[in-house]
Design a protein around this ligand. Structure first.
Ligand code: DC
Length: 227
């Protein structure tokens, strides 16, 4: 199984870089943030308080989530657009700090990778917790200003200041929570995308993956890597 783990804060370029890298390597791509957003979406739809740990955890275990290239379906409802909206974005940090939700979604992420023989998997705890044996761990980052202006371009209904404040709030929540906070794995490669283009970042990562595969293969060996 070949797993490429990409972690980093909101707006660091994870999704674009992850998708492009997966294409270049012929692997499938998984956005785990969309899974946390899907649980938040389902909780809102059912009128649950996102802070209600037990009910939200039970919901996370029961809900059907499909995340793929065509979008996100939650109990067979197309939630692709709504999971990016302000309501879900406000609720998702609380949902993602719920340890039982994390246990459930991690299990699904591992099952997803086993089914596909690996993939490019993006989130906050992928290299640190979910796939500690990933072939390559990447920590993508960018300055807070660059990250906020990237997100502001995606969110048509919010201006730069609102997005910057939201990103700062989520950075603090994601990095400060007790269960698997956003952190750099000791063996991760850190890449700052503030000044380099997405294509340059992808090129660099493709090169690193190829090098890792060759190192693992050794002289005359078979490329592999636990994931
Ligand atoms: O990447 P994103 O903004 O779509 O992530 C949504 C939320 O989910 C964000 O608050 C961080 C959280 N998240 C997480 O805790 N662990 C992951 N593996 C992925 C996302």
């Amino acid at each position: 199984m070949i797993v490429i783990a990409i972690d980093g804060p909101a707006g660091s370029g994870k999704s674009t870089v992850g998708r492009r890298l997966a294409e270049r390597l012929g692997l499938t791509y998984l956005d785990t943030g969309a899974m946390y957003r899907a649980v938040a979406f389902a909780a809102i739809r059912q009128g649950l308080d996102p802070e209600d740990r037990d009910r939200v955890a039970a919901l996370a275990r029961a809900v059907d989530i499909v995340v793929d290239d065509s979008g996100v379906r939650v109990d067979d409802i197309d939630a692709t657009v709504e999971i990016r909206g302000p309501e879900v974005t406000r609720a998702v940090s609380v949902v993602a700090a719920n340890p039982e939700v994390r246990t459930e979604l991690r299990a699904r992420q591992r099952a997803w990778a086993i089914e596909r023989g690996g993939g490019v998997i993006e989130g906050r705890d992928i290299g640190t917790v979910v796939f500690p044996d990933a072939l390559l761990k990447v920590y993508l980052t960018a300055s807070p200003e660059v990250r906020a202006s990237r997100r502001a371009k995606e969110m048509t209904d919010l201006d730069y200041d609102e997005v910057a404040a939201d990103i700062a709030r989520r950075d603090a929540a994601d990095s400060g929570r007790a269960d698997s906070p956003l952190a750099t794995a000791g063996d991760a490669v850190t890449l700052d995308t503030s000044d380099i283009g997405i294509e340059a970042a992808v090129d660099e990562l493709v090169g690193l993956v190829e090098r890792r595969r060759t190192e693992l293969a050794g002289p005359g060996g078979t490329p592999g890597g636990a994931g």
